[in-house]
Write a protein that binds this ligand. Structure first.
Ligand SMILES: Nc1ncnc2c1ncn2[C@@H]1O[C@H](COP(=O)(O)OP(=O)(O)OP(=O)(O)O)[C@@H](O)[C@H]1O
Ligand SMILES: [Mg+2]
Length: 221
């Protein structure tokens, strides 16, 4: 699978979700390449703290992304490629979208985040039109409160109003996600089968189900 984590809004949980999903797949035994396109190199630093067998994290210069991606895919060395994008709208966003089996758009349950998510959805549709291929995508609510608040209800209502596809799994605001960048350990290791670990496992199951759908049945794109 080629998974892209995208949002033109910063701080919504792209790198966190990308790292947690990539780590979960690697721990299960898949060979995973994580392409870190964010110049802050968050995920490169994360991977150095607590390296995992099967997970290769490569900070990549945006200008070299196309060639690097092609070579990595052709090498046959990886079962899955995860792409972590910066929180800006730049040319690598469009290049990554064009190559994705699924685009994951993290957003907090707030008006500005949902507005930015809509911008990415517009970009996905444009790239889909240009390449003649439906690019599946899903919104992922992140950092939500454990109990449903007025804000979360607003977010769900807005998403439904715009007909935007959403993961059933949402990521609750939890310290295990923050600790991940401090000690390098992914949620499936720190909280296996509960809390953040259970959320990531559920999200990964959804991702796999969507990526396995025949293109004709996919709703989004
Ligand atoms: N579910 C969560 N619970 C608690 N903290 C979280 C959660 N998701 C993300 N965070 C924290 O929020 C901050 C921003 O997350 P992250 O770096 O993943 O966002 P981003 O979208 O990649 O940001 P940028 O656009 O700057 O790259 C980090 O400190 C991270 O630890
Ligand atoms: Mg990031």
């Amino acid at each position: 699978m080629i998974l892209t984590f995208a949002s033109s809004k910063g701080g919504v949980g792209k790198s966190t979700t990308c790292a947690a999903i990539a780590a979960a797949m690697a721990i299960e035994g898949s060979r995973v390449l994580l392409i870190d396109l964010d110049q802050n190199r968050t995920l490169d630093r994360w991977a150095r703290r607590s390296p995992l067998d099967n997970l290769t994290v490569v900070p990549t210069d945006p200008q070299k992304f196309g060639g690097f991606f092609r070579d990595s895919e052709a090498s046959g060395d990886f079962d899955h490629i995860c792409i972590d994008l910066p929180g800006t709208r730049e040319v690598t966003l469009f290049k990554a979208l064009a190559r994705s089996d699924l685009v994951i758009i993290p957003a907090q349950a707030s008006e500005p985040d949902l507005r930015e998510a809509l911008v990415v959805v517009g970009d996905i549709r444009d790239v889909g039109d240009t390449t003649g291929r439906k690019i599946p995508y899903r919104l992922l609510l992140t950092k939500i409160f454990p109990l449903r608040t007025r804000v979360t209800t607003y977010a769900y209502d807005e998403l439904e109003r715009h007909g935007l596809p959403l993961f059933r799994t949402a990521l609750v605001e939890r310290s295990a996600y923050r600790e991940m960048f401090l000690n390098g350990r992914p949620p499936t290791v720190t909280e296996p089968e509960k809390g953040a670990g259970a959320e990531i496992a559920a999200l990964l199951a959804e991702i796999r189900a969507i990526a396995a759908e025949p293109a004709a049945l996919r709703k989004a794109g």
